[in-house]
Design a protein around this ligand. Structure first.
Ligand code: PLP
Length: 387
């Protein structure tokens, strides 16, 4: 019995696709520019450890996470590559960040002091990247605050200012004005720092959309997330989606005309039909807002998800087709000629594909497929589910 046959529902993550996507980005940016693979939020729901290993195998230089816990999890999984925490770290977490050799974004003297003390206690240096807000309107220092902060950081003996970065708010907007303005702010700041004699090796600004659209945003490192998961369509790089959400049909039941299906009877059969019950619900991250909107692929054909999606199940009207208990059903991904993308679900939900893939819950095991033969395995490969 293969692993999937034992499972009710699972996410299949195509490591070959992740590797190809990173190599496609690498071809675009060249060898000199470093590549930080963003694997925060459990690698956008794909499974952080498997994706991190694939990214490093494909030549990524750095990994990006959101929290100390995410970074520590990678370290516990045996990842030795540099890891940058892109966002907020509470001063109380400084020791854990340093002990796990996690580089931190920095914009606050409180964290700087805590990191400096923690690193001093461990006779090491804490690496930091200054986070500059050139217009995102989220975390960071305004450009005119950066020179003073840099000089202050240089005064802390146990800190190493390895990088400086900013994040673009509108890189995926067809109108380039916003991104160009932010990049202009950032470049002006880099000129000020350089005139003051600052030397910061890693300078970065580019998310996926910027990697593909604005070569001037590459500086010395790029920070793609979405593109490595194949969730950004672009003619410059052939990127393939890596994630599929699959399950087995739990039961197929004949239902007479005029019956209501699921809570609230929001769907009624208009003829005698068959309802396939699928063991995926909103507790798995398949949003209830997709009720009567999503589709499922079974035996190469698309069927509507009907009635309210419940916590653990959803239903599809499969008509008179010979669908059987145990058939593989695809809620995201390809089957035969048909495909349902995270973007399709995002459109139905009125959101973005990022949220669709991040929502898929921890209850759904991630199965990694298409690992190259020389792909590095853990001591217990089952933990990652390689095949
Ligand atoms: C600071 C930072 N850099 C890079 C990324 C990657 O962005 P994308 O997934 O659009 O490539 C993110 C994601 O939100 C981020 O927050």
């Amino acid at each position: 019995m293969s692993e999937e046959e034992e499972l009710r529902a699972w996410v299949e993550v195509d490591l070959g696709a992740i590797i190809n996507n990173i190599r496609a980005l690498r071809r675009l940016i060249g060898k000199e520019t470093k590549l930080l693979a963003v694997v925060k939020a459990n690698a956008y729901g794909h499974g952080a450890l498997g994706v991190a290993r694939a990214a490093l195998y494909a030549g990524a230089d750095y990994l990006g996470v959101s929290t100390v816990a995410e970074g520590q999890k990678l370290r516990l999984g045996g990842v030795e590559a540099p890891i940058l925490i892109l966002g907020y770290v509470a001063p109380a977490e400084a020791e854990r960040a340093v002990a796990n050799s996690l580089t931190t974004a920095i914009f606050s003297p409180h964290l700087a002091e805590a990191l400096n003390t923690a690193a001093g206690g461990m006779q090491t240096k804490a690496k930091v990247h200054i986070k500059v807000d050139t217009g995102m309107g989220r975390l960071g220092l305004w450009p005119d605050e950066v020179l003073d902060f840099y000089q202050y950081l240089r005064g802390l003996a146990n800190l190493e200012v390895e990088g400086i970065f900013t994040h673009l708010a509108t890189a995926d907007d067809p109108d380039p004005k916003g991104a160009r303005w932010q990049l202009g702010q950032f470049s002006d700041l880099m000129a000020v720092l350089s005139a003051a004699g600052a030397q910061v090796p890693l300078v970065h600004a580019a998310n996926s959309a910027a990697v593909l659209t604005y070569p001037e945003s590459w500086y010395t490192m790029v920070r793609p997330g979405l593109a490595i998961y194949g969730l950004l369509r672009n003619e410059l790089a052939a990127l393939e989606p890596a994630m599929s959400l699959k399950c087995r049909v739990a039961q197929v039941r004949p239902v007479p005309a005029g019956r209501g299906i699921s809570y609230g009877w929001t769907y009624r059969t208009d003829k005698n039909t068959n309802i396939a019950v699928l063991p995926v619900g909103y507790a798995d991250g398949f949003s209830r807002l997709l009720s009567n909107k999503a589709k499922v692929l079974i035996r190469g054909k698309a069927y509507p998800i009907v009635g309210k999606i419940t916590m653990d199940y959803c239903m599809a009207d499969v008509g008179d087709d010979p669908i059987q208990e145990g058939d593989e059903a695809v809620l995201i991904g390809r089957q035969g000629e048909q495909a349902i993308t995270a973007g399709d679900l995002a459109a139905a939900l009125g959101t973005i594909s990022y949220e669709v893939v991040c929502m898929i819950g921890p209850r759904v095991p991630r199965i990694f497929i298409n690992a190259p033969p020389d792909f590095p395995c853990l001591d217990s490969p089952n933990e990652l589910g390689y095949r």
